[in-house]
Design a protein around this ligand. Structure first.
Ligand SMILES: [Zn+2]
Length: 488
């Protein structure tokens, strides 16, 4: 049983550089059709099969040629990992060192700051040393003293046991700020042989935005990191505008819609974007509440259905109260279109909607915005009391009520149009109440209970959004030319 466990190496998420190395490593294996996405991830870890280590090195070259159109090199002067190994060590590294890595274990007693410490075992190291000496002698250094050869071997090993410039050339340059998980990324940090190897895949996890500008989404969960970067890749392939918050926000949104995730708070708090720009490394992350919102399935679904970039921007920028304002502009525009009025280019609605001339889209949005706003406030309220949960139900109820009010009442409300909206916007609850009351009473109809309810003080915070929910089907129904109000 124990032996079976040892056959595989479990990799736990660590700092972003290590995580990027693991993701790059998996990308190469995926390219070589060695990877099964469904079994490689287990909870937040990666289950690494030992034979992948040798295969990954063989695939590295192939991947660079086929996908990136370049020759990969880690020896001597090279563009990615200068002097990672000496040019004369090329064969030794490929034929002996990398294969020996697959026997690495975590019980050497030596320490690695990034992982559990996977070192090549002693007996295997002895074998490596003999091969080193043999190659050295064959390479025309026959007269070199054994002592010197052994010293060069020890130096080679030492380089693979300390984190240094050969692992990331940007390290010597300025780090503008300290990303969340950056605390353990220092010079002279003890590393294990496996970490030192995985790191030469890290550049593959980064996506090119433009020349000398690359990004990587890092999280403390390998599956999440894998998926988010795939979504980012797709988004970058379509989008021509590259705003960092948008790419991250959109990736989170797409992930939520496809995966319907349940993530712990700690994971959500540690989702960050690593940005490599020329020689600097920077990072970006959202405030916790924004991440939480984007990872909420119902909210993500509403944002997706609203299909308006600028409303998405409001959310990314945390301008939630503006959503209520947009709701007002949308309803006002809906009335204007119905009256065949033209929409001026300076109308505030144009600041928020691309499709402000499309009646169906306005109706769609006017129905979704109250729901979105109610859900946002539910998430943002720290203690979700019954009242908050109830708002979601109220929004739905009022929309339904608006759909079935008597036709003549709907017409009276319709006539009020802008005047009514203006009173709502100003928060003149009494005026709104009497205006609506007149519409019902004037037609010998009773005010629906649900509508009366929202004028109570406990709904003060959500009054506007609730009444907008009620009005959306009234202002929009005729446009849709569906059924009118039903007689009581
Ligand atoms: Zn390690």
């Amino acid at each position: 049983m124990n032996k079976e466990i040892e056959e595989k190496i479990i990799l736990y998420p660590s700092n972003w550089l290590y995580n990027a190395g693991v993701i790059g490593f998996l990308k190469v294996l995926e390219f070589g059709k060695k990877l099964n996405e469904n079994t490689v991830f287990d909870q937040n870890t990666v289950v690494l099969h030992r034979e992948w280590i040798k295969e990954s090195y063989e695939l590295l070259d192939y991947y660079h040629k086929e996908k990136l159109g370049e020759n990969f090199s880690i020896w001597g002067k090279n563009k990615r990992y200068p002097n990672y190994i000496h040019t004369t060590q090329k064969e030794f590294f490929k034929e002996h060192f990398v294969p020996a890595l697959s026997s690495a274990n975590n019980n050497s007693g030596k320490c690695c700051n990034w992982c559990e410490g996977y070192f090549i075992p002693k007996e295997e190291l002895e074998r490596l040393k003999l091969n080193w000496i043999k190659e050295r002698k064959e390479n025309g250094k026959k007269r070199e003293k054994n002592k010197n050869i052994i010293e060069s071997f020890n130096n080679f090993l030492k380089q693979r046991e300390v984190f240094q410039g050969i692992h990331i050339k940007e390290l010597g340059a300025a780090f503008t700020e300290m990303p969340n998980s950056f605390w353990n990324l220092n010079f002279s940090t003890p590393l294990c042989h496996l970490c030192s190897y995985l790191i030469i895949f890290h550049h593959l996890a980064f996506q090119k935005i433009e020349k000398n500008y690359q990004i990587f989404i890092n999280t403390p969960h390998f599956r999440l990191t894998w998926d988010l970067n795939k979504f980012a890749e797709k988004i970058l392939a379509i989008q021509k505008k590259y705003e960092i918050p948008k790419v991250l926000g959109n990736s989170l949104l797409q992930w939520t819609i496809k995966m319907k995730p349940l993530l712990g708070a700690w994971t959500m708090m540690n989702i960050e974007m690593i940005i490599k720009k020329r020689a600097t490394i920077d990072y970006f992350d959202f405030p916790f509440h924004i991440t939480k919102i984007l990872l909420d399935y119902e909210i993500a679904d509403l944002i997706n259905r609203i299909r308006e970039e600028k409303i998405f921007d409001l959310i990314l920028n945390g301008k939630f109260s503006e959503i209520e304002k947009v709701n007002y502009f949308v309803l006002r525009t809906l009335i204007r279109l119905k009256n065949n009025e033209s929409i001026s280019k300076n109308d505030p609605v144009t600041n928020y909607l691309d499709e402000y001339k499309n009646k169906n889209q306005l109706l769609n949005i006017s129905k979704l915005l109250p729901e979105l706003y109610a859900k946002l406030t539910t998430i943002l309220t720290k203690e979700i009391d019954m009242n908050e949960k109830f708002i979601n139900i109220m929004v739905w109820k009022l929309k339904e009520t608006g759909k079935i009010i008597p036709k003549e009442v709907a017409e009276s409300i319709d006539k009020l149009g802008f005047r009514l909206l203006e009173q709502i916007r100003l928060g003149n609850k009494d005026n709104v109440f009497y205006m609506l009351l007149r519409c019902f009473a004037g037609n010998n109809k009773k005010l629906p209970e649900e509508l009366v309810e929202i004028f109570k003080p406990e709904y003060d915070d959500h009054f506007k959004i609730l009444i907008y929910a009620f009005l959306a089907p009234i202002f929009g129904e005729e446009l849709k030319q569906t059924k009118g109000g039903e007689e009581e």
